[in-house]
Write a protein that binds this ligand. Structure first.
Ligand code: 2HA
Ligand code: ZN
Length: 275
């Protein structure tokens, strides 16, 4: 089968295009990666032309030998559906999880996303934490979430609680909460380590003054998670634009009742009393 005819590749392209249409991917902003299933690799392997091994810039031994579909560095999400072979690639990791090689795509040259260390370290943490269930890591620049990083305290507790309060579905969609990374230089091992540390407990990490990372089992769940967090952030921006305080909101005990009825566990550290 041709790579571009495979369902997992079509799903990847649709998600990238959905993100572009949301306005989350100005210029070359954002990046997306998917850990390809063994049977999906076999189905398209005939088109693979492996290149040179190159250093990942991080060590991910638990992902040795895995294949990833990943957007290219400097490439535009806007072009993913119309120039797929130029915009993303399939990479293979070596037996140590320290080097990668491009097997398909990026036909006009280039390399995988500048955030490859963050993507792969997040994949490794989630691979361990979910027993291999999570396959998608998504980074985008949604404006409302970024705006909140200028006005809310940069803590997991503040972001989780404020965004839970803005839409009743939120504590059900991300019951584990949200992690926050303070401003750091993007692209390197340090921000990758800080993000993957948070991904041990959360499926969402916000990068202050930059954007968001989400992890999930498939394209629908991961896109839906980013979409839900950003929608909630948009509501908070609207509320704060009307007046600086909320006249009424969902209270800690309301969340406890919701948790019981919806069978989710909401950590008590997010249900603090406000003064
Ligand atoms: O340009 O979003 O964080 C890609 C990015 C870097
Ligand atoms: Zn970014």
């Amino acid at each position: 089968m041709k790579v571009l005819d495979a369902e997992f590749v079509k799903g990847f392209m649709r998600m990238a295009d959905d993100g572009w249409r949301q306005g989350w991917h100005e210029r070359n902003g954002g990046n997306l990666s998917y850990r390809v299933k063994p049977e999906e690799v076999e189905a398209v392997r005939e088109e693979f032309r492996p290149g040179e091994w190159k250093a990942i810039g991080a060590s991910v031994p638990k992902l040795a030998g895995e294949y990833f579909l990943v957007t290219g560095s400097g490439k535009y999400f806007r072009n993913v559906t119309i120039q797929p072979e130029d915009s993303f690639c399939i990479i293979e990791l070596d037996s140590k999880g320290e080097n990668y090689r491009i097997c398909w795509g990026l036909v006009n040259g280039g390399r995988p996303t500048s955030e490859l260390p963050s993507h792969l370290m997040n994949h490794e943490v989630k691979f361990i934490a979910t027993g291999g269930k999570h396959r998608v890591i998504y980074h985008a620049h949604p404006a409302n979430t970024i705006a909140l990083t200028f006005v809310l305290p940069l803590t997991d507790e503040a972001f989780t609680r404020e965004l839970w309060e803005m839409a009743t579905e939120c504590p059900v969609v991300f019951p584990g909460g949200i992690g926050v990374v303070p401003w750091m230089v993007p692209g390197g091992r340090e921000i990758a380590a800080a993000t993957s540390e948070l991904m041990k407990q959360y499926d969402v990490a916000i990068w202050a003054h930059h954007g968001m990372f989400c992890s999930g089992e498939d394209f629908d769940l991961t896109f839906g998670l980013m979409h839900t967090v950003e929608k909630s952030a948009e509501i908070l921006v609207k509320v704060r634009s009307m007046q600086p305080y909320k006249r009424q909101t969902i209270q800690p005990d309301d969340f406890r009742h919701l948790a019981k009825d919806f069978n989710v566990t909401l950590p008590e550290k997010f249900l603090y009393e406000k003064h």
